[in-house]
Design a protein around this ligand. Structure first.
Ligand code: RM4
Ligand code: MN
Ligand code: MN
Length: 410
């Protein structure tokens, strides 16, 4: 018995010379990490609306993340943010995660919520503040080692608000020195992922504004320093798939923070505003994974969601994001690459374009439904989650937690 529409789709896929069993295998092995901070209350700088049942602590966040994994089957890890998720006993937390069938993923140090960080953290003019930031990172490395995580994910809020406020080159040197210090403390296989963002909270300049700057830093450090691409962190119109292709080719794409935006760093549900962009990003990834020269580079990419849900149900938002990522990946796997290459070589501009369009326009819902059934899951994770009563149950147990004043936990 197969899902309605699956057989017709399988036939269509075979016509493209694509092996459907391989496609299904790859979809079953997809791994998307969800962020602990996506399960708690969060909001904008104007208001944080308390959500009934929103996770109140890291144990509840792990429970919610495990629930997302239970319904999607592809989210076995959760990223932590320190000190938001700080506990006394990291071994116990690790065991609790494992008892729920998940693991702890990337560790994210928080270098923006202390009074000391007003002028920056690793780029701060005062060496004492820089040292304090480094000690926090060192603590995060120790946490990562205890919980069995191999990724230290670094995002800096560093920057200035006014021309002349500080010296660009001096800040660059402070950053280099600090990153060097951090990198020396990372034992294999741990990787340092460097995230960039061109504005906010600093508005005149940020010290790691773009992928090129993060890449230059990573290059100086060594092989286990790589770039993290957060899809919300670029100026409007930036060609993210080109950045992805370039970094993959250089072995420097460490991972993603997926989210979607309309205007700024909106952290909306992945694929909600621009699903075509997600498809093109996955197209770059699949293309690299099918090329022997870049296969290894593509295989070590970490896929993480970085979202904050302001008005929507948090767990549903996470499940929907995961489903949209699966859709983008499935469509990218259906690109007829042989036909694409020959059209590209022949200079057939629109034929090449149409090969991509054809894959993008393919309705992959029957394929994903079939994959989920074969994984022992419900073909519609969102509907299954709603029907499970989990949201009502936690709303009852956890109640409405008064949120913190800022957009993030305190
Ligand atoms: C930042 C950045 C980081 C995330 C914080 C919460 O904008 O995207 O990755 O850790 O938000
Ligand atoms: Mn991010
Ligand atoms: Mn963001």
């Amino acid at each position: 018995m197969s899902i309605l529409g699956y057989d017709a789709l399988a036939e269509q896929i075979a016509h493209r010379g694509i092996e459907i069993e391989t496609v299904k295998q790859r979809l079953k092995h997809q791994h998307i990490e969800t962020p602990s901070w996506g399960y708690g209350n969060s909001g904008t700088r104007f208001k944080v609306f308390a959500y009934p049942g929103a996770a109140r602590n890291i144990y509840e966040k792990l429970h919610d993340a495990a629930t997302v994994h239970r319904f999607t089957g592809v989210c076995p890890t959760i990223a932590l943010h320190i000190p938001w998720d700080k506990v006394d006993d990291w071994n116990a937390l690790r065991q609790y995660a494992e008892s729920l069938g998940i693991r702890i993923g990337a560790i994210n140090p928080n270098l923006f919520q202390e009074d000391d960080y007003k002028l920056g953290s690793l780029c701060h003019p005062d060496a004492g503040v820089r040292q304090r930031a480094l000690e926090h990172i060192e603590e995060c490395i120790a946490i990562a080692q205890t919980v069995g995580s191999t990724i230290l994910s670094l995002w800096l809020a560093d920057g200035t608000n006014y021309p002349g406020q500080d010296d660009f080159r001096a800040r660059k040197h402070r950053l280099q020195e600090c990153l060097q210090w951090v990198y020396q403390r990372l034992d294999p296989p741990m990787r340092l992922l460097i995230e960039y963002k061109f504005f906010e909270p600093a508005f005149y300049h940020t010290d790691l504004p773009d992928w090129g700057t993060a890449y230059a830093m990573a290059l100086r450090l060594g092989e286990r320093a790589q770039v993290l691409v957060d899809t919300g962190h670029h100026p409007q119109g930036t060609n993210i798939e080109q950045i992805v292709a370039f970094l993959l080719d250089e072995g420097k794409l460490g991972g993603f923070h997926f989210n979607n935006r309309k205007y700024a760093d909106d952290d909306l549900i992945v694929g909600s505003i621009n699903p075509f962009e997600m498809f093109l990003i996955y197209n770059a990834l699949v293309s690299a994974s099918e090329d022997p020269r870049t296969r290894a580079s593509a295989e070590q990419v970490a896929y993480m969601i970085d979202q904050s849900h302001n008005i929507e149900p948090k767990i549903e938002a996470m499940i929907l994001s995961v489903m949209n990522i699966q859709t983008a990946y499935a469509k990218a796997l259906l690109v007829d690459r042989a036909r694409l290459r020959s059209a590209q070589h022949a200079g057939e501009v629109l034929e090449a374009h149409r090969v991509l369009q054809e894959a993008y326009e393919t309705d992959v819902r029957p394929l994903l439904a079939q994959v989920r059934i074969e994984m022992g899951l419900d073909p519609d994770p969102l509907a299954a989650f709603r029907a499970s009563g989990y949201a009502e149950k936690v709303a009852q147990e956890r109640g409405v937690q008064p949120p913190s004043g800022s957009g993030y936990p305190e």
